[in-house]
Design a binder for this molecule. Sequence first.
Ligand SMILES: [Fe+2]
Length: 343
Amino acid sequence: MIEALGYVGVTSGKLEEWESFGARWLGLQLVEKSASSLRFRMDDRKQRVIVTGARDAPAGDHGREHDQFFGWEVRDAAALDALAGRLEGKGVQVARVSRAIADARRVRDAITFRDPAGHVLEAFHGAEVADTAFVPGKPISGFRTGALGMGHVVLRVKNLQPMIRFYQDTLGFKLSDFALTPFVAYFFHTNPRHHSIALIKSDRDAIHHLMVEMCSLDDVGQTYDLALAEPGRIGTTLGRHTNDHVTSFYATTPSDFMMECGWGGRTLDVANWQPHEMHYGTSLWGHERTWLPPDKMAEAHALRAKAAADAQREPLQVMPGNHVMSHGVCPWWDKVKANAGKG
Ligand SMILES: [Fe+2]
């Protein structure tokens, strides 16, 4: 029903910092700047990230954090109507957005509702495509989006069960996998991207991070260099995820959540995917999480040491155009490959 994460709306009192972070640091294209908002592109769409000044944000009944919004894309008007009907049938309050809001989102039509934790969600169809080429805010190859959506969002969640039920049963997301250590996390897909949303057990409801996927590993590495030069910019060090196979690091943003800059995400065979528990935590290596308490950090170290001791590794996930096959004869490696998977 929902096809992809289409856009994200951030509310922040730090517009100047967001302008610099979004464009010059991350490589989004700033397409519009006013006294109260910033609008960024990251691909062919007219906009993907909207940052609204905190003073202009409507006062939400859950506080400022929840006035941020996530735009979930559906196929067409019929799918939007069907989703609205399904939500109403489950007792969720739904409203059609005004023409002015739909225009501001650069979509044909949208509905708005909240998840059980109070996050503002929108579902939309008919995103406008720009008639000019995407020009990144710094020289990067670009972001991997298209049918996979703009990336993923991970939420901290106080009360997991109602949120899992809502995203799975009401919105139709499918479970990809889950981890119970070093923290409890559930990952959900709605297209071949391994997860478009994940829920992490926490003591509060908030955004944990957004993830964007760059087309080149070097873009991630060079952005990591920028982060290394700035005290406090790195929230999670460079590492590789066990489940979506992304190589990434997490940066602090001007808001109270992180931005994961990644590369090399796997695509799932959605029709045949079987959800499972992850026994090695969420990272094959790296990803030192500065935000974990010491006992959980020690647990994460132990899990990564176990992953290494058990020779857990995954093939790189590459897109056409960003890799070259290596040539050369290596009988030893050929034998390793031939034996791989035999037991
Ligand atoms: Fe992530």
